[in-house]
Ligand binder design. Sequence first.
Ligand code: PGA
Length: 249
Amino acid sequence: MRKKIVAGNWKMNKTLQEGVELAKTVNRQVEDNGVIVILCTPFIHLSEVNNVITKDSLFLGAQNCASETSGAFTGEVSVDMIKSTGSEYVIIGHSERRSYYHEDDAQLNKKTKLALAAGLTPIFCCGEVLAERQANNHMKVVKTQIENGLFDLSPEDFAKVVIAYEPVWAIGTGVNATSDQAQEMHKAIRELVAEKYGTQVANNTSILYGGSCKPSNAKELFANPDVDGGLIGGASLNASDFMGIVNAF
Ligand code: PGA
């Protein structure tokens, strides 16, 4: 079944104490009403935040994982370590990872497979930069990211993946994709998945929108037939904004 999901991506924000406080407030306010709410915190917050989660609909996720399983990789955090904190999700291929840390499709494909093998649900990000949209290349760019990142997965594994479409020009800019732009891309992604894995898998794939999503635009974005929720950056750092988005469903 396709799930409705709102995931907060805290990025590199909040001290441990601030993060725990935010998680407590969100945990208090989340209603178990069918929307899956995920907090993607910095690595060091995961275990403590897991301890404050009591709601059935509230889950924990990491923002990245290592592309190796264990060993001499100073500063890296493996999928098994993430899983051992109580996390069930991991964001893979966020545009900030792709651009600042030069993570390419092959590496993201490897991370996705490691996450799945560890029993984590990947939230696989894709999205074009402004110049690509202006050149009318956005469909092609996203198609390539998804094909290279995901399309050698078995149907069983692919069925576990959540996709997040995040146009890079909309991330942290205050300029969200319009409802029509989001729906157009999400529909195209679902059709691409259907061509590869069949309509049933495509219909069951949750495709989230990310990029300047806020309480004031979430309702309109989420009303689209192919938008199954959001990946929320800035607005996830404040419980009332975040819950305003969760409650937009
Ligand atoms: P934003 O970030 O909501 O602050 O635009 C979204 C994201 O990067 O996941």
